[in-house]
Design a protein around this ligand. Structure first.
Ligand code: OGA
Ligand code: NI
Length: 306
């Protein structure tokens, strides 16, 4: 658990305890939670309520943006039982849309619940600032200039949000809410509903629950930061399980490079002792490989290993 208030930004050479703690977590878990982050709790609550209300509208109200076509910037997908299937794939529904520049997309976002557009607009702004701060702390943890990772991830990053809705499940033993996966991009800031567990992370071959902490964000490293850090920071598998009693809601804000960005190990992190583990590639190539491995226990990074 990283306490933002322990961040002393004064020294350039000595790593602050906060930077060290985050760095250690990125190496050991690829996940950590933050508190005292400065994002107003009230705004986060309004965001979670808006997301919940959106999913609790009659599904007909979401039908016009319901699609499995990944090229659609704003879309709802559900994994519930479809005609002709005898098994559900996952017990959840997702809503994805870009979160920056929000003004370019706001007209595509739901009109209902009526506050959705306003709340996501405000939330995206503060998450943008938090994201930059985290990228700066993570850069420092790698011994780099504060703005290094942000520059490396490119001037026009691809910023998408994914809201996840997990209704109560009659038999949680039979299905997962969200299948085990890794986040493909750079960094993820996840808000989860207080009081309902579901997120699990793999650690030493075992699934460990990420318990919701009041007013905390869960942060996790994506594949691109693993590659840029030359394998020092880990992008780890995680999943969500369901429960019988209560619906669970989460909102992931992803920060990824754009398709044209060249990704590879940062030169300053490569030397004789630490030879490059990955080759350079265009992010578009990585996405293509990620999609090609859809439905398998993906091994995408391996394709780019040297
Ligand atoms: C995701 C994700 C976890 C959760 O959206 O990528 O990992 O708790 N979500 O819903
Ligand atoms: Ni994820």
């Amino acid at each position: 658990m990283a306490d933002y208030n322990s961040d002393d930004d004064k020294s350039d050479r000595v790593l602050s305890p906060l930077v060290q703690e985050i760095s250690q977590a990125c190496e050991d878990y690829g996940f950590f939670q933050i508190i005292n982050h400065g994002v107003p709790e009230n705004l986060c609550e309004r965001m979670m309520i808006s997301v919940t209300e959106f999913f609790q509208l009659h599904h007909e109200e979401r039908a016009h943006i319901s699609s499995n076509d990944r090229t659609k910037p704003v879309r709802v997908s559900n994994f519930y039982l479809k005609e002709g299937q005898d098994k559900v794939t996952m017990w959840s529904e997702t809503f994805s849309h870009p979160w920056h520049p929000i003004d370019d997309f706001i007209h595509l976002l739901p009109k209902n619940p009526p506050q959705y557009r306003e709340v996501i607009g405000a939330y995206a702004k503060v998450i943008g600032a938090l994201m930059n701060r985290l990228l700066s702390l993570i850069s420092q943890g790698l011994g780099l200039e504060k703005d290094f990772l942000q520059r490396k991830l490119g001037e026009k990053p691809s910023l998408n949000a994914q809201a996840n809705y997990y209704p109560p499940c009659p038999d949680p033993e039979l299905t997962l809410g969200l299948a085990a996966h890794t986040d493909i991009g750079g960094l993820t800031i996840l808000r989860q509903l207080e009081g309902v567990t579901g997120l699990q992370v793999i650690k030493d071959g075992k699934w460990v629950a990420v318990e919701p902490v009041p007013n905390a964000f869960v942060i996790n490293v994506g594949h691109q930061i693993q590659v840029m850090s030359n394998g020092r920071y880990k992008s780890v598998h995680h999943r969500a399980v369901t429960n019988k009693q209560r619906p669970r809601v989460s909102l992931a804000m992803f920060y990824s490079p754009n398709k044209d960005t060249i990704v590879g190990p940062i030169e300053d992190l490569v030397d004789e002792e630490h030879p490059p583990l990955y080759r350079n590639y265009h992010y578009a190539e990585f996405i293509e490989e990620f999609r090609r491995q859809e439905g398998t226990r993906r091994r995408v990074k391996e394709v780019f290993e040297i």
